[in-house]
Design a protein. Structure first.
Length: 410
């Protein structure tokens, strides 16, 4: 969706249907100030999927432009509604304080109100969005208060899921957005041991979407038992979510698509706007579903082959500053490191027993070290940058070794 337009190859694909649902839902919004929640979630989803919408960005900028001029009392009143508060937090997180033209004083007031409202309401979505914003702004003076609230919601959600499950899932979702491994692993581990929680989750689309995002994150964190469990649940939850989408929304979407998109002499069907509105899901819910299905790997920007998908994951990992090291280089590093550690006591004893003068020793063999050290640096830089040693680098290294041996022989 670039500047309000979506170009898709397959109009019947899951992602194109969801995008169209989102577009329709957003198009019905008239007052951006009142509906900042839906707009912010919609733009959040598009940005997360690598898309953009200038119109939504401008709507958010217009809606938040009035905040700078509000008094402390007016701002507190505006943010009292938790949905507006979440919308404001997400908007600042997505667009940034500079683009929205908010002063440090006003940002401080916003954070203060969000934290106070979180303490009073204990609503998981508000607490999670507040935590997200505080981390984004590096606002440490409120963090401890919000961390206590996070822990309280986690405990309440596990203990009384019939009352606090959705709050727990929202907290899990937002800490997963932040890649906070400590929190997300703690929560998912507790959920994995509670069958009652899982039963509640499997019966509601919003809960499924939030949970799907979280287990998808844990599935990639590390290769252990919890990650394996998360992979299994990811597939199960994704299937359930897609089934619910088909049963509730997709059939009706087909009618909307035929009556409003397909143009032709034989297509005379028209649906009443009231019928469409009554059946369409909320824009925020569609946004959460899009984000979770994308993170789980069920929605891609393009149809990819296995090889292309692997390249895509590598690029995504590179953006997050991860490195995928080839087994050969990893084994080489492991062997060399192990040999060094094994030989370290032996070398130390040799130095002590023989009372070697290290300065004279290094000076005597400086020509050897002048070759070895650059070689090590070259290997390190190559693996650090690429995750492997490219062929042309290996050729250079081999040539250097051959030249060194020739010079020594000569």
């Amino acid at each position: 969706m670039h500047d309000g337009q979506l170009s898709v190859k397959d109009p019947c694909s899951l992602e194109s249907r969801l995008f169209s649902m989102l577009s329709y839902g957003v198009s019905k919004i008239q007052d951006a100030t009142t509906n900042i929640y839906d707009i912010a979630w919609s733009l959040f989803a598009l940005r997360y999927l690598g898309e953009n919408d200038r119109h939504l960005s401008e709507m958010i900028q217009d809606a938040l432009s009035i905040i700078e001029g509000k008094s402390s009392e007016e701002l507190a009143g505006y943010l009292y509604d938790f949905r507006r508060a979440v919308g404001v937090a997400l908007s600042i997180y997505i667009l940034g304080k500079e683009k929205l033209g908010l002063s440090e004083t006003k940002l401080g007031e916003i954070c203060k109100n969000l934290v106070e409202n979180s303490e009073k309401s204990e609503i998981g979505e508000l607490i999670g969005a507040t935590f997200l914003l505080l981390k984004c702004l590096n606002c440490k003076n409120f963090e401890e208060k919000v961390k206590k609230l996070l822990q309280k919601v986690i405990e309440s959600g596990i203990r009384e899921p019939e009352y606090h499950l959705i709050d727990l899932l929202y907290v899990t979702f937002f800490v997963a957005i932040l890649n906070n491994e400590t929190y997300i692993e703690e929560i998912i581990r507790k959920i994995s041991k509670n069958e009652l929680l899982l039963d509640y989750i499997m019966n509601e689309p919003e809960a499924l979407a939030l949970f799907l995002y979280s287990v998808s994150k844990v599935a990639y964190l590390k290769d252990d038992q919890l990650a394996e469990w998360s992979k299994e649940k990811r597939e199960e939850v994704a299937r359930s979510l897609k089934d619910i989408l088909r049963s509730i929304y997709m059939d009706f979407f087909d009618l909307y698509w035929q009556s409003n998109v397909i143009k032709g002499d034989n297509m005379k069907m028209r649906l009443k706007v009231e019928d469409i509105d009554s059946h369409y899901p909320r824009p925020d819910l569609v946004s959460k579903i899009l984000i979770s299905l994308y993170e789980a790997g069920y929605i891609y920007p393009f149809t990819l082959s296995k090889k292309e998908a692997d390249v895509y994951r590598q690029i995504k990992a590179e953006v997050k500053e991860y490195r995928r090291v080839r087994r050969y280089e990893l084994l080489l590093l492991f062997v060399l490191s192990s040999l060094f550690l094994i030989m370290l006591p032996v070398l130390w004893n040799i130095i002590i027993i023989m009372k070697l003068n290290l300065v004279n020793f290094l000076w005597t063999y400086y020509h050897v070290y002048s070759f070895i050290i650059p070689l090590i640096v070259t290997l390190f830089i190559s693996i650090w940058r690429n995750g492997y040693v490219p062929i042309h680098e290996l050729v250079k290294i081999i040539e250097s070794i051959i030249n060194f041996i020739r010079n020594k022989s000569g």
